[in-house]
Write a protein that binds this ligand. Structure first.
Ligand code: ADP
Ligand code: MG
Length: 832
């Protein structure tokens, strides 16, 4: 982009703001002609274009307002400058229906922004409906949602590159936060460098050269750089391209470690970046963005800087003054500026705090709105008396753990409350969730209503079907709760005649319990009186899938279950709209899985242990982090290793292979074969994570264990140790990195999923727990879900607002409601 054109654009923008009154330049824009021509020639703008533009500018002052707007657009065409092309037209002519006071109201920022083409549904839905009525503020197109290529300086090509970073709109740009900062206020001077320092310095390139190493095998690129206090050498081996990048007299910032070479200080293979004079002079803290190839830091910095300059002041503050003051928060426009270009460290911290607060606050508002909706709904009552319940419990082959007792009484209370149950049941693998769900189902079906139980895979659905049939159709007194024909399994494989019968039975109401996969929502399944919905392994379903099942009843009770232990701070945030029950106790008689961390050299020995277990009639899992060997040759992959194990290590045993690239029915078939002991060893990626019960499996090897989160390892390990037999788990990390492997030690020392989850949350962040599919969480960029203090503060304010004004109807909550709706697109605040 030519500077001269950039200047022109700024002037035109101001002119557009002034509604083409020819006041952007003292004496009128025509006066600009000659100066600009000279400027543009100096810049190297093609002469033809200069002439055309000059011709138009010369006559500008004599034009009518309407013609001036057109003239400027025409200049935009000639220079092919999207910014100029998209400046708004003359207001009085284009939008005659806007009353005068609105037109001149400087507090209506949207009018000063480039006109937006209707590219988003939100923008178009906000289009005024026409007529003479004044346009409400929120009916104007939202410039923050306009595509990046409407920004001055961003062309089609850059816009495409930006989209690779997830940046599509102006707002995305503003919320594209730096990965880190280079603090040019705290640079070291070269004279102060000492051996061993890890530093950033700013220096000028004095010379660049190359010579061969003594053995002639390597080319060494050497640069000498200096500041006012001294000079230092930089060296690279065999990286010729530095010769092209480094130029004499160029200012660069250099980061790296100070080493010694022949008694002198030197930096080997440092990172460096060209910087501008301005950066050095102002000694700023400079943002460093996460980038994709072909986008450059300096360009992006400039773009974001100018976007902020133009637009940050126009970003509406949606928090009330009370909250801003009471919570001592930085205002939003300032925070957005400061997080990119902080004045100082203190401001940076305040900006991050403010923006992190926003994330949790908006998240909570959405969650609370959801809660509000169901808390006001009516649910049918299903009371049960003690005798009945005790009778059910006495029929079980075991007695419930204390934790199970407690959760059961939660369910019982919900079902008798008159409001729909909306409960999350968290319990580690094997903690006995199914039986609790089953007892809840019993409470509902005994009075003739229907229940549905949804599982993510058909093998799991089959397992639950078997267990629940056992629970609900047997009885000591010849009065079983249900007949076999009243409990049905509906999965993809269900033959069509049976399927028809089930659908008919559900519609007529004589099928009382259906257990199935997403077939339950995909098929035209209609219930006569669905009152209880259970969703197992809820994280495997999308929000809309869970909602779809629930909508098949009229405010049915809902129980969602997960085996992923979620730390409390996270659960409060994420599942704030659900009531929470936790099974934090294992049924008695389980032996903890003996867990070891081993190194690759010990593999042979572990294979022998596998063989011993198999000789005893047991089965084994061997888990790999990848499906197929990719570029990263060191990471073992299931497909290749399966072949090696089968041909070289266990030629006499039956091996199965399962991974995520198989179709769902293929995976199911293999799991089923393994369950039925047609394989001795199952070679797998993490697809076996979900709750399939194969008690005969007693030994597991996890290769590349360092690549997994602890919570995930814990889930994997939960596949063994499901019987009274002693089970074993061997973790084989592929690195010998001490720190990394110390993390794995937690697996040896604890079997408490919550403890491991807390570790994960601290070390790896919330991504371990939350699929990005769950809307809202993609919005958490700054807030650390380990920051319980921040979470609680933001929750409290959200709660306060909500209690006073649950639907955010008050005038002062108008912008807040918009912000929340924007944070929660598609009203997907429902986590259940
Ligand atoms: P999960 O919570 O992982 O879904 P399940 O419901 O599959 O666990 O239960 C795991 C196993 O534990 C099942 O075989 C179940 O019959 C058994 N079980 C459940 N509760 C108890 C209990 N209180 N005592 C003994 N065994 C139990
Ligand atoms: Mg389960």
């Amino acid at each position: 982009m030519f500077r001269s054109i950039e200047k022109l654009y700024k002037i035109f923008k101001l002119e557009a703001d002034l509604n083409y009154s020819d006041k952007a330049v003292v004496g009128g824009l025509t006066k600009l002609t000659e100066i600009w021509q000279a400027d543009a020639r100096g810049d190297g703008v093609p002469e033809g274009e200069i002439q055309q533009v000059a011709d138009i500018l010369k006559g500008y002052s004599d034009l009518s307002i309407q013609k001036r707007a057109q003239a400027i657009k025409q200049i935009g065409q000639i220079l092919d400058n999207p910014g100029i092309k998209h400046l708004p037209g003359a207001k009085a002519l284009e939008q005659p229906q806007i009353p005068k006071e609105t037109q001149n109201d400087p507090s209506k920022p949207t009018q000063m922004l480039p006109k937006v083409t209707q590219t988003t549904s939100r923008a178009s839905s906000r289009k005024p409906s026409g007529g003479a009525a004044p346009i409400p503020a929120n009916a104007l197109p939202d410039p923050f949602l306009s595509p990046t290529n409407t920004v001055h300086g961003i062309g089609q090509k850059q816009s495409q590159l930006l989209s690779k970073l997830g940046i599509f709109t102006v707002e995305d740009l503003i919320y594209f936060f730096p990965r880190r900062y280079d603090d040019y206020t705290k640079m070291k001077l070269i004279k102060d460098l000492t051996y061993g320092d890890e530093v950033t310095i700013i220096a000028c390139v004095d010379r660049v050269g190359t010579f061969s190493s003594r053995d002639k095998n390597r080319k060494i690129i050497q640069a000498v750089v200096s500041d006012n206090t001294g000079s230092i050498q930089l060296m690279w081996f065999n990286q010729i391209y530095h010769l092209r990048q480094l130029r004499k007299n160029m200012f660069i910032s250099i980061s790296g470690k100070i080493e010694q070479y022949m008694g002198r200080l030197v930096m080997y293979h440092p990172d460096y970046e060209k910087i501008s004079q301005e950066q050095i002079n102002t000694k700023r803290i400079v943002p460093v963005y996460p980038l994709t190839a072909r986008l450059n830091q300096r360009w992006l910095r400039r773009v974001i800087f100018s976007v902020l300059e133009n637009w940050a002041p126009k970003i509406p503050e949606y928090l009330t003054e009370y909250i801003l003051e009471d919570a001592s928060l930085m205002d939003l426009p300032t925070a957005l500026k400061e997080i990119h270009f902080p004045e100082n460290h203190d401001n940076l911290l305040k900006a991050r705090h403010r923006l992190a607060f926003d994330e949790i606050f908006l998240l909570q508002l959405g969650v609370l709105r959801q809660k509000h909706e169901w808390i006001n709904a009516e649910g049918r009552k299903f009371p049960v008396d003690d005798d009945w319940l005790n009778n059910q419990l006495n029929r079980l082959p075991f007695s419930l753990t204390d934790a199970q007792q407690k959760v059961l009484s939660d369910l019982r209370a919900d079902l008798d409350s008159g409001r729909p149950m909306n409960r999350l049941l968290q319990g580690d693998v094997g903690s006995g969730k199914t039986i609790i769900a089953g007892l809840g189902i019993a409470m509902v079906v005994r009075s003739g209503s229907q229940a549905a139980y949804m599982a993510p895979t058909s093998i799991l659905a089959e397992q639950h079907y078997k267990n629940l049939k056992q629970l609900l159709t047997t009885s000591s007194d010849h009065h079983p709760l249900l007949e076999e024909s009243q409990i049905r399994l509906l999965i993809g494989d269900t033959p069509s005649r049976e399927r028809h019968e089930i659908l008919e039975g559900l519609a007529q109401g004589w099928v009382k319990l259906v257990i199935g996969t997403h077939a339950l929502i995909e098929d035209p399944v209609v219930f006569n009186d669905l009152q209880f919905v259970v969703v197992d392994e809820q994280h495997r379903f999308g929000v809309s899938q869970r909602a779809a099942l629930r909508e098949k009843g009229d405010n049915p009770h809902l129980l969602v279950m997960t085996a992923t232990p979620i730390p409390r701070s996270l659960a409060l945030t994420v599942y704030g709209d659900l009531d929470l029950s936790v099974l934090d106790e294992m049924p008695p008689g389980r032996q903890p899985v003996k867990t070891y961390i081993n190194y690759p050299v010990e593999r042979e020995r572990i294979y022998n242990l596998v063989r011993i277990q198999i000789n005893r009639g047991h089965q084994a899992f061997i888990i790999y982090p990848l499906v197929e060997q990719g570029e990263n040759e060191e990471v073992l992959a299931a497909v290749q290793e399966y072949e090696r194990l089968q041909s070289e290590i266990f030629p006499d045993l039956r091996l199965g292979l399962i991974h995520g690239r198989l179709r769902a029915d293929e995976k199911d078939a293999i799991m089923r074969q393994f369950r039925d002991h047609q394989f001795d060893i199952l070679v797998s990626t993490t697809v076996i994570e979900v709750g399939v019960d194969i008690p005969n499996a007693t030994i597991m090897i996890i290769e590349g264990a360092d690549r997994f989160g602890l919570a995930q390892l814990h889930q994997l390990r939960g596949r063994v140790g499901r019987s009274a037999e002693q089970s074993y788990c061997f973790l084989i990390p592929q690195t010998s990195d001490k720190v990394e492997n110390e993390r794995l030690l937690a697996m040896v020392s604890t079997h408490d999923g919550f403890v491991l989850a807390e570790h994960d949350l601290k070390q790896r962040g919330p991504g371990e727990f939350l699929g990005t599919r769950q809307s809202g969480y993609a919005g958490l960029r700054l807030a650390s879900l380990t920051d319980v203090h921040l979470i609680e503060t933001a929750r409290n304010y959200a709660q306060q607002v909500f209690e006073n004004d649950p639907t955010l109807q008050a005038e002062e909550h108008h912008l807040m409601r918009q912000a929340m709706e924007h944070f929660w697109p598609n009203k997907e605040g429902d986590m259940s």
